[in-house]
Design a binder for this molecule. Structure first.
Ligand code: NAP
Ligand code: F7E
Length: 324
């Protein structure tokens, strides 16, 4: 009998890649989705017939507990969250409800239904915020710089607390930014590759961005979900940083994306103060040495491959809309 996995946030970027991986590994995959009036299966349309769906919400304890009891998962991957950092300043309380307390609700369901269920929490490099060491590893002190980062830090510590209080196999993956052609278009990498494709195809002339100096450690989402799965296959639960170990500025991403289509970025990019944040995370770069040693995990996709794949995917998606 294969194992059963329950994924919250299955309609998101990471949920789609994780579901693909678990199906390949022979799992029964169950996805928790919240009720919407429109179809949110855009990223998982190709595997929708292989997944079972259950309706629940991070805000609603009884739905989560009922789902865990009915599905009987071996593993729960808690990927659902309000994940867009700027929205956490405009909706700080909701971000806390989803991204912080939501974790406790899922942990409570695991603890009360079956404490032998293995639990993964999607923690974030945003917890390092105003970084206290370079590069950041599992021992680096946290200093979050947004309501999102603060909420994730709560989720991180409540996961550790449930592990220590109730002896749960509960782990926290501290993942640095990871991207793909399935990334939401509000995040900077996809906003850039979508913008570059539109400009190349004559559908737009400019791309408005905020802080081009911010630096991030960008990897490929498909590589990162493998680390999530590996974290739940070990003898003992532990927390891991997952990162590439290299950092690039937003400006460097912009240049690489425009270069790929043979355009001069300086002719098209407009810096717009509307996209600056009240408090910025200036530079992130992770040290995934522990994951390399204990999990045998390595990123397989380079920065250049990531940029090219994302630009190429947006060009292909938008080409039918281009004037002939
Ligand atoms: P994403 O694309 O924004 O997906 C978020 C998912 O959460 C969606 O499926 C969304 O459902 C679901 N969701 C939001 N609120 C919910 C609620 N109240 N109840 C149930 N489901 C809800 O995010 P992602 O990039 O895949 O990231 C996955 C997780 O990793 C998130 O927790 C994120 O904060 C964290 N993380 C991401 C990164 C990264 O670089 N991508 C790095 C570190 C950590 P709808 O489709 O209905 O909106
Ligand atoms: O911003 C700068 C912006 O929104 C990256 C989430 O997945 O990763 C993500 O959070 C940088 C910031 O991602 C624009 O100021 C400039 O410095 O793509 P982002 P993020 O905030 O790093 C972490 C690990 C998560 O956990 C989160 O869930 O890019 N930037 N100009 C811009 N950012 C956006 N969005 N839009 C701009 O126009």
């Amino acid at each position: 009998m294969g194992k059963t996995a329950l994924i919250t946030g299955i309609t998101g970027q990471d949920g789609s890649y994780l579901a693909e991986l678990l199906l390949r590994e022979g799992y029964r995959v169950v996805g928790m989705t919240r009720r919407t009036s429109t179809d949110v299966h855009e990223r998982i349309g190709h595997i929708v017939d292989d997944i079972e769906f259950v309706s629940g919400d991070l805000l609603d304890q009884s739905s989560i507990t009922s789902i865990v009891a009915a599905v009987k998962p071996d593993e729960v991957y808690n990927l659902a969250a309000q994940s867009f950092v700027p929205a956490s300043w405009t909706q700080p309380v909701l971000t806390g409800e989803f991204t912080a307390l939501g974790v406790t609700r899922v942990l409570e369901a695991v603890r009360t239904v079956n404490p032998r269920i293995r639990f993964y929490q999607a923690s974030s490099s945003e917890m390092f915020g105003k970084v206290q060491a370079v590069p950041q590893n599992e021992d680096t002190p946290f200093y979050p710089r947004s309501p999102y980062g603060v909420a994730k830090l709560y989720g991180h510590w409540i996961t550790i607390n449930y592990r220590e209080s109730y002896d749960l196999y509960a782990v926290s993956g501290i993942l640095f930014n990871h991207e793909s052609s399935r990334r939401g278009k509000e995040f900077v990498t996809r906003k850039i590759t979508d913008g570059v494709a539109r400009i190349k195809l004559g559908l737009a002339s400019e791309l408005r961005l905020g802080n081009l100096e911010a630096r991030r450690d960008w990897g490929f989402a498909g590589d990162y979900v493998r680390a999530m799965w590996l974290m739940l296959q070990q003898n003992a639960p532990d927390d891991y940083v997952i990162a590439t170990g290299t950092t690039r500025s937003v400006g460097e991403f912009v240049r690489a994306a425009f270069d790929h289509v043979g355009l001069d970025w300086e002719k098209h990019v407009v810096v717009d103060p509307r996209f600056y944040r009240p408090a910025e995370v200036d530079v992130l770069v992770g040290d995934a040495g522990k994951a390399r040693a204990a999990l045998g995990w390595e990123p397989e996709t380079s920065f250049e491959q990531l940029v090219e794949t994302m630009v190429q995917a947006d060009l292909e998606r938008l080409r039918p809309f281009a004037a002939v």
